[in-house]
Design a protein around this ligand. Structure first.
Ligand SMILES: *Cc1c(COP(=O)(O)O)cnc(C)c1O
Length: 335
């Protein structure tokens, strides 16, 4: 089982008109910082405020007529995508999440008419509940990242990026379970084999990086992060996103909570954009100077905007933010 460029073209067809064609805009500030074009793919403009609608829509549309319903575990955005797609098909959706998922995300999912189950403190707990529902109630599980249809859906971002700007030489992709990075890398490298695709994730709980280093999927401790959408493991039985990321990514860069905060402030103050911590890790890595130098235009995917506005206000006004037992000290922009 794998995902090919043809699968990604099929996905583009399946999701057309619902989850496609987000804007690709330059960041004048970031471009000036690096001395060449720095482009932002604004998945914040999707109807659910995140790219995950692409994969969810592709997977839900592929279910046969008469399917009882769908279920998934989620850090928030995949659940929102599945809920949205299921509602469009008039299908039941049950979204399983842990207590770590921010309230704003849970409310957004309920508002789409899906049922919500909160269980445990980790993605693994949420996954166990989702699998129990499959057995007990005949629902079909849609993995947030380890599913060929989901990966192909996320890969449509790669098609759009290279159609708009064939000259892009580096893609900075926020990385968690790796569905996004795998799909984008399959598409981008099939179209432009010498393109560089780098996964970026937070240092606190970097499951894919630890797994690639270990040569097999490993568990990491899940802790609260500004990049809550990047939380959770890759699944010990991972079949697809792990081998694809291992084969296709040119590197993985880790960023700290402080670097994520700084990047959220830059995007807001310089480009006047509101985005989740998970979405700004590409900017964070560049601003922190941790990325290897490369030539040519750079693009990153601003993956979502579904954040807790009270926490966002604290970050923008330089106040402290408590992340579990970690205190992220406040810093005013430009200070
Ligand atoms: C899910 C998500 C990611 C990471 O995607 P994976 O396919 O799990 O690697 C990045 N950003 C946001 C906003 C997300 O919701």
């Amino acid at each position: 089982m794998t995902v090919t460029l043809a699968d990604i073209y099929s996905a583009a067809h399946a999701i057309a008109g619902v989850a496609d064609h987000t804007p690709l805009v330059p960041s004048p500030y970031m471009s000036a910082r690096i001395g060449r074009d720095f482009l932002l793919k604004l998945e914040t403009c999707q109807p659910i405020g995140a790219f995950k609608l692409r994969g969810a829509m592709n997977a839900v549309m592929a279910q046969p007529e008469g399917t009882t319903g769908v279920t998934c575990c989620s850090t928030g955005n995949h659940g929102r995508g599945v809920a949205y797609a299921a509602a469009r098909r008039g299908m039941r959706a049950v979204i399983c999440m842990s207590e770590l998922v921010p309230r704003a995300k849970v409310d957004g999912i309920r508002a789409l008419g899906a049922e919500v189950r909160i269980s445990g403190r980790s993605q693994d707990d949420a996954l166990a509940e989702s699998q129990r529902l499959c057995a007990a109630e005949g629902l079909v599980e849609i993995s947030p990242f380890d599913d060929p249809l989901v990966i192909a859906g996320q890969g449509t971002i790669g098609l759009e990026l290279l159609a708009a700007r064939p000259d892009i030489s580096t893609l900075l992709v926020p990385l968690s379970g790796g569905g996004l990075a795998a799909g984008v890398a399959v598409a981008a490298k099939a179209i432009k084999p010498d393109i560089e695709v780098i996964g970026i994730t937070m240092a606190r709980g970097a499951a894919m990086q630890a797994s690639i280093a270990a040569g097999k999927p490993v568990e990491v401790q899940e802790v609260p992060s500004l990049a809550d959408s990047l939380g959770g493991g890759i699944g010990l039985a991972n079949k697809l996103s792990f081998p694809l990321c291992r084969a296709l990514l040119d590197g993985i860069v880790l960023v700290s909570e402080e670097e994520i905060r700084d990047a959220m402030q830059v995007l807001f103050h310089e480009d006047r954009m509101v985005a989740e911590g998970a979405s700004v890790v590409g900017l964070a890595a560049v601003l922190a100077g941790t990325l290897p130098p490369a030539q040519g235009p750079v693009a990153t995917i601003v993956t979502g905007r579904n954040l807790d506005m009270a926490q966002f206000a604290r970050i923008m006004t330089g106040q402290d933010v408590q992340l579990g037992d970690y205190l992220l000290k406040g810093k005013s922009y430009g200070a």
